[in-house]
Design a protein around this ligand. Sequence first.
Ligand SMILES: [Fe+2]
Length: 247
Amino acid sequence: MGALSIPEGRRRLKQEAGGGEVKVTAPEMSRLEVQAMPVFRAGANQAPEWCELEQFDLVELQVGQTHVFPRCGQREKLIVCRGRCRVACDRQEVDAREGANLDLEAPFARFEVLVVHEPTTLIRMAGRWGAETGGSGIFGGAEVEDSRDVGDPVDYEKRTPFDNHYHDYDEYWIVFEGRGLAVSEGQAYEIGVGDCVATGMGFHHDLPRVHEPLRGVYFETTLEGRKRLGHLWNHTHGEAQPKAERV
Ligand SMILES: [Fe+2]
């Protein structure tokens, strides 16, 4: 496992000393523990070894700037989170707007931002995922009055309609706006801009609290097992069988 940095500015709920564990003491979250893993930050050698997403970069560009993403992964994906820019990839040039989702095909190709038309936020992901993956794109979360949802039942307070679910693949959430509380494999993680939550196949994950309207990129990597797509719930799809080593 590479060196791991604890995100600066990650707000932890009141910490409890002892055993190296950090516990949430707010009454409504008393059953959850807040920990630093498997949340990792941008750059090389940050992701746990089991992660197919080996590295990501979060880049903000202003009009007039250009940017080259040196090739660092067997596979690479670029998502435009905000703004508009012109990107060169695989001998093509693409006018890319919010939501654009580009993959490199040629083994030595790289993403290069040639022109920034509007202030732009980009997330570049690099790694070793297979040819058959789930979805990827932008998601958002906010708290609502009525937070009932279709997910598996939880024993912590929920203030969002996000459903507690699992998958037949690993999934990554990279936050580029806002702050919230994520739950993955039964642990709670305070997350903010620049944090990536890695959830291994078969582990449940959830976003029960959003402190500031949150937006992020999600990426569902190689399909495994029964290769079912979408959100899976114990009550409908059968008991989850998590890959224990992927935490
Ligand atoms: Fe998910």
